[in-house]
Write a protein that binds this ligand. Sequence first.
Ligand code: SF4
Length: 238
Amino acid sequence: MHSWDLSTGVDGPGTRFVTFLSGCPLRCLYCHNPDTWRIRDGVRTSADDVIAEAGKYTRFIAAAGGGATVSGGEPLLQPVFTGELLHRMKHELGLHTALDTSGFLGARASDALLRDTDLVLLDIKSWDPDTYLKVTGRPVAPTLDFARRLAGLGTEVHVRFVLVPGLTDDPANVEGVASFAAGLGNVSRVDVLPFHKLGEAKWAALGRDVPLRDTPVPTATEVAAAKAIFVAEGLTAV
Ligand code: SF4
């Protein structure tokens, strides 16, 4: 595990107990948590410890209409641990559960894990396979396969899309994500997340070059234009 935190707004509905797991097979150019990439940099933690910590906040979280989110890194790198957390958060603590994932390792999620997941926050980082490879270093197909599987199960999904000028903001790319998401039928919301610079310090602290140092953050107009593409497909974009 990397850490846990109480958060509001970005990790699912309401106030959430978020468990960040260590390890990620992707290497996104805009990653703002590169300190979670290596599983060996995490702290060995038992599910009992996490559930005990979350239990301290259960009443407060439930009263605030929130829940528990398992995030990363990539939580499906440790599918058994993630599955146990989701199961116990839902059935022992009675919390709404969310899984925050890139979907790249979606095939590792058992049907039981997904039955214990009320909501999947699915990062679709690009539609175009070449751009996806450039952004993440990995192919897009597993993520799209996972999205289709979730649609088949009827699991609620929030799609996340990071808008990066000159990288993911080509209208054809945004349209590809939007029309795919709209065709699934289980996407209740799309979060268009403007690229930001807050992760640069972490890259520097890890002794890594910041790959998007010269990339500007998108303007409000550019963000609005991207959201409009999702809305035109009948989706709710925020
Ligand atoms: S999937 Fe998330 S944690 Fe992994 S590299 Fe990409 S942004 Fe970073």
